[in-house]
Design a protein around this ligand. Structure first.
Ligand code: BG6
Length: 483
């Protein structure tokens, strides 16, 4: 693995402390970091190097999966870290940063391989990318990479604008867009499950599959993020990115090679085949919901509009359900139902594939076969089949079940950062994916904006408004495995 410099913008922030330093530390002690590397944390305040290292130490001791075995191990990691003060808009600070980067490169004999991780508000993405270019930080004899987190834009136009600005400083193959759902082990497993199992491969089409249900329900509400969430809603916060990624990973054809380009090509094909939605049809295919007061986990909770920081007349969606069609010969006629929401009955991210009942009725009516992939918080794969009970000879539903009970599963950030430093972009969102996702979502955003689809309230603790069930009933289905 190439020796390199890891530059962390937002190096004193919450994500850095909770996820990024612990991920780097875990990679370090599992010997998955390059043999020599430098980490430079950036923040707006002046800070002594020792204070900064102490705060990184605290983050590791609090959040890391692996705790340091001894002081020597911890110090070895902390010694790789420096701090530099940086105001994103101040070109002089980038000169100072360049100086620190170069000093460390010389001291450690590092080639000019530089990874810039932007753990900051997206409002700063373009200005930071521009300053990286203009300061000379981006002019290297080695490679350079830019890692950014969602949201990538607020709608199709702003996403294109942002991408245009980023591409002045970085090539597409140098940009690593994190969608943390692609860091989840079970999401990464989706393609493998199909590719490595001829049984599933044979069944993975409209001859056998009746419908696919993708759920990401949460029990939390808007928490302390009203300022952001009220401008985003579930459609931008979860649907445009995470949910469409899950759809791509489920519906993609098996790649011919396990290479980023091939995997992303197959994913993009799914979005290209997604039947476009006209604004006039949005209300037929989408359910837009917002939570009202109710009971979650035996606690009485407020409605969304009563949450601190949310305007009392907010029309922001906290729940989305959608019916999508993939116009590909394999998927013709198979509805994909997606739903995601806050303050629902349980925390569960799962994919349920319902198979057609093609069998004969020798045994009367049997339950449909299901393949259930639980992603979060449980990780499991379950096949629901029918079998004869040996005692009473009646048909019953049986489950073939695999549950990953392994401890010590790496956090998604660990996997994603490891990929980024190795230069493997398989599980990062390509610009074409992001753009096509915004394209599909754009008429929905407009329909919301123009209020041509009603906002339906649902009681907190329930699985969305009644219409979310009607959406499936129209096709003869129902949401499966709800508690
Ligand atoms: C984030 C959203 O991207 O994903 C949050 O901004 C949401 O609103 C979170 O709570 C859900 O992630 P996970 O990993 O808990 O399913």
């Amino acid at each position: 693995m190439d020796k390199m410099t890891f530059v962390l913008f937002g190096g004193t922030g919450d994500l850095a402390n909770r996820k990024i330093y612990p991920a780097l530390f875990n990679l370090f002690i599992e010997q998955k970091m390059p043999s020599s590397f430098s980490i430079i944390g950036l923040g707006r305040r002046e800070m002594k190097a020792s204070d900064f290292q102490a705060s990184v130490e605290k983050s590791i001791l609090t959040f890391s999966r692996n705790k340091p075995k001894n002081k020597f191990e911890l110090d070895a990691f902390l010694n790789t870290i420096r701090y530099s003060k940086l105001d994103a808009a101040n070109p002089e600070d980038y000169q100072q940063l360049l100086k620190v980067v170069k000093e460390r490169e010389e001291a450690l004999g590092l080639p000019e391989n530089r990874l810039f991780y932007l753990s900051v508000s997206p409002a700063f993405f373009d200005i930071i990318a521009m300053n990286i270019k203009e300061s000379g930080l981006g002019t290297t004899n080695g490679w350079k990479r830019l890692v950014i987190e969602k949201p990538f834009g607020h709608d199709l136009q702003s996403a294109r604008e942002l991408n245009r600005k980023l591409s002045n400083a970085f090539q597409e193959e140098e940009i690593y867009r994190i969608d943390h759902y692609l860091g989840k082990p079970m999401v990464r497993n989706l393609e493998a499950l199909e590719s490595a199992n001829p049984v599933l491969q044979a069944l993975w089409n409209n001859q056998y599959i009746a419908n696919v249900q993708i759920t990401a329900s949460e029990t939390v509400g808007v928490e302390k993020r009203a300022g952001y969430y009220d401008t985003a809603g579930a459609i931008r916060d979860m649907f445009q990115n995470h949910m469409l990624q899950l759809l791509m990973m489920t519906a993609m054809q098996t790649p011919k090679k396990l290479e980023a380009e091939e995997i992303r090509k197959q994913k993009i094909k799914v979005l290209e085949a997604l039947r476009p939605l006209r604004k006039e049809d949005v209300s037929k295919q989408i359910v837009r919901g917002q939570y009202a007061a109710g009971v979650v986990d035996n606690q009485l909770v407020k409605g969304y509009k009563e949450e601190p920081g949310v305007p009392a007349d907010s029309k922001t969606d906290t729940f989305i359900a959608a019916r999508l069609w993939v116009d590909h010969p394999d998927w013709q006629g198979v509805p994909f139902f997606i739903r995601t929401g806050k303050k629902m009955q349980e925390k569960s991210t799962r994919i349920v594939v319902e198979f057609k009942n093609n069998g004969n009725d020798l045994y009367g009516s049997t339950d449909p076969n299901l393949l259930v992939i639980e992603i979060n918080p449980n990780e499991s794969v379950t096949f629901h089949l029918n079998s004869k009970n040996p005692v009473n000879s009646k048909m019953e539903s049986i489950n073939l079940d695999y549950t990953s009970n392994q401890e010590d599963v790496p956090d998604g950030y660990e996997l994603l950062i490891y990929d980024a430093i190795r230069g493997d972009s398989s599980f990062f969102a390509h610009w074409n994916e992001v753009e096509l996702a915004w394209k599909w979502v754009q008429p929905v955003l407009e329909a919301f904006e123009e209020d041509i689809i009603s906002l339906e309230l649902y009681e907190a603790g329930k699985n969305g408004p009644e219409s979310a069930y009607r959406l499936l009933e129209e096709n003869g289905f129902t949401w499966l495995l709800d508690k």
